[in-house]
Design a protein around this ligand. Structure first.
Ligand code: COS
Length: 377
């Protein structure tokens, strides 16, 4: 067993950490304050090959592997979590098209996603009445000659207003479990985007509802075969969950770093507050939990890279990293006291940004279902 990054992974770490700290982090407070989509950051990520990390160079990607991707996402999240979400969904969509798409679909969509020229990717599964119960979709796709007619609506779709391609799940047959995954382009008749949601955190990420009003999608835009959709989307979410774990680790590490520096500077009762055991324990607990989260995320990413089953490990990494990360951000605010609660320091943003990591791409409760099913089957 070797607890070491490869030379390439180390290079990704140095490059992305420096980008995140020097260029991305300084703009994060403004992006949050103005709830503005981080277009410049996304352009930078594209230039550095960070939007197509999970598919080959022949389609414009950088094929860096799941571990390097997890490292890059973690570092970007530590700088600006809103930017990291846009990056995560674009990579997940690209990987899904690469894994399940045919040659024509790969050529049509992957170069634009990686270079940013087509806009980011979006992943439209969730509906008003189908969240955790992803199999209860109501959006339908009815066969009509050489196309499907999509009708229905999606909610909470990241990147939705800017996406160059959106993977849309819809029921294609009488059996509601028979789901198709469609590649839908902006401008398709009947496809419209709702207004951006006002969120607690991740304010710079774009979250919208999508409506499909008799929207014709060519048959050639279906990923895989009719009925494969649920499996494809669940497989995409397995990888996405390593991404959310990495994102939570990045946010929490940043909060811990701020709390540690603050504790050494802040003096009360004639000494630095870092001399008090109460503060030391909070820092120690957060550091220990985030280290454990990191090991879980690395292991899930490693299994994925080996082509071995990793759904359970991805869920373990996601549930642990997001819950421990929330605890770490909560403690960071506590260490900073009143200064943790105001915008002068970034920890209040970290606390708001990390909150959703126990919710999206499968709640903590869903992760526990996935883990326990794999134990009990
Ligand atoms: N990879 C591949 N296939 C999978 C899979 C996975 N990770 N998980 C399930 N499947 C397949 C199953 O093998 C099954 O196929 P068969 O019918 O051929 O046996 C099919 O999908 C249905 O699976 P299952 O019966 O387990 O589905 P359930 O409705 O019981 O739900 C959960 C499974 C709860 C795990 C799923 O609905 C889920 O992950 N929900 C959360 C959704 C989510 O993360 N939403 C966030 C959206 S993005 S913000």
């Amino acid at each position: 067993m070797r607890f070491e990054l490869t030379e390439e992974q180390q290079q990704v770490l140095s490059m992305v950490r420096s980008l995140a700290r020097k260029t991305i982090a300084p703009k994060a407070a403004e992006i949050d304050e103005e709830s503005s989509y981080p277009e410049d950051n996304m352009r930078l990520l594209a230039e550095l090959g960070l939007l197509g990390m999970l598919f080959p160079a022949s389609y414009g990607g950088s094929e860096a592997g799941a571990t390097a991707y997890s490292i890059a996402l973690r570092e970007i999240a530590g700088g600006c979590a809103s930017t990291a979400v846009g990056m995560a969904v674009t990579n997940m969509v690209g990987e899904t098209i690469w894994r399940f798409g045919n040659e024509e679909q790969r050529k049509r969509y992957l170069p634009g996603l990686a270079s940013g020229s087509s806009g980011p990717g979006a992943f439209a599964l969730t509906e008003p009445s189908a969240g955790s119960d992803a199999g209860s979709l109501r959006t339908t796709a009815v066969e009509d000659g050489d196309r499907y007619i999509l009708s229905g609506g999606k909610v909470f779709i990241t990147n939705g207003a800017f996406a160059g391609v959106t993977i849309v799940a819809a029921v294609t047959q009488k059996d509601p479990r028979k789901i198709g995954a469609f590649l839908v382009e902006p401008g398709t008749p009947g496809f419209s985007v709702g207004r951006a949601e006002q969120k607690l955190g991740l304010k710079g990420s774009n979250t919208v509802s999508l409506t499909f009003d008799e929207c014709p999608v060519p048959k050639r835009n279906m990923l895989g075969n009719n009925g494969d959709g649920f499996r494809i989307l669940m497989a995409a979410l397995d990888g996405g969950r390593i991404g959310i774990a990495s994102q939570a680790i990045g946010i929490a590490n940043s909060a811990l770093e701020t709390a540690t520096a603050y504790a050494k500077e802040r003096r009360q009762f004639g000494q630095a507050i870092s001399d008090f055991q109460a503060i030391q324990w909070m820092l120690a607990e957060s550091a220990t939990e985030m280290e454990a989260a990191q090991l879980l995320a690395y292991r899930a990413a490693w299994l994925k890279e080996q082509g071995r089953p990793y759904a359970r490990e991805a869920s373990m990494a996601k549930v642990f990293a997001s819950e421990a990360g929330n605890r770490a951000c909560h403690k960071a605010v506590q260490v900073l006291g009143g200064y943790g609660y105001i915008r002068e320091y970034p920890v209040e943003r970290h606390l708001r940004d990390i909150r959703v990591t126990t919710i999206y791409e499968g709640t903590s409760e869903i992760q526990r279902i996935v883990i326990s099913r794999s134990l009990l089957k």
